[in-house]
Ligand binder design. Structure first.
Ligand SMILES: [Zn+2]
Length: 139
């Protein structure tokens, strides 16, 4: 297999081959998982959340908080791990994995949550893969 300049960047066909249909729908086609159904919605183990597409570490469990919104919520991403861009709807800010461009969800500001940033990264569980602390500490 020829090495790509950046192995996190893949064609849509390549993504389709390595992702589940649900992962493809959300990460590559900017879908959203149904509210309250995500694997990590009510989940608070210690560890790291990696991109489900390319494996890049995105969020620490210490920045996850209970927003009650029905999706996993984080008040900040790991430095440089998250890209932001305005949604075509003109209201929301989309967040994506900076390495592979996979869709994570949206970020909302100033909602009054008692967190260090008052930002809420509203992330699809499908877009991330949790790695428990014992494992992630050795990375
Ligand atoms: Zn990624």
């Amino acid at each position: 297999m020829a090495a790509a300049p950046n192995s996190a960047q893949k064609s849509e066909e390549e993504w389709r081959a390595i992702l589940s249909p649900e992962q493809f729908r959300i990460l590559r086609q900017k879908g959203t998982e149904p509210r309250g159904t995500g694997e990590y919605d009510k989940f608070s183990d210690d560890g790291i959340y990696n991109c489900a597409g390319c494996g890049t570490p995105l969020y620490k469990s210490t920045t996850k908080f209970n927003s009650g919104c029905g999706w996993p919520a984080f008040f900040e991403g790991l430095p440089g791990a998250i890209n932001r861009s305005p949604d075509p709807d003109g209201r929301r800010i989309e967040i994506t994995c900076a390495a592979c461009g996979g869709h994570l969800g949206h970020v909302f500001k100033g909602e009054g949550f008692q967190t260090p940033t008052d930002e809420r990264h509203c992330v699809n569980s499908v877009s991330v893969k949790f790695v428990p602390m014992e494992t992630s500490a050795t990375l």
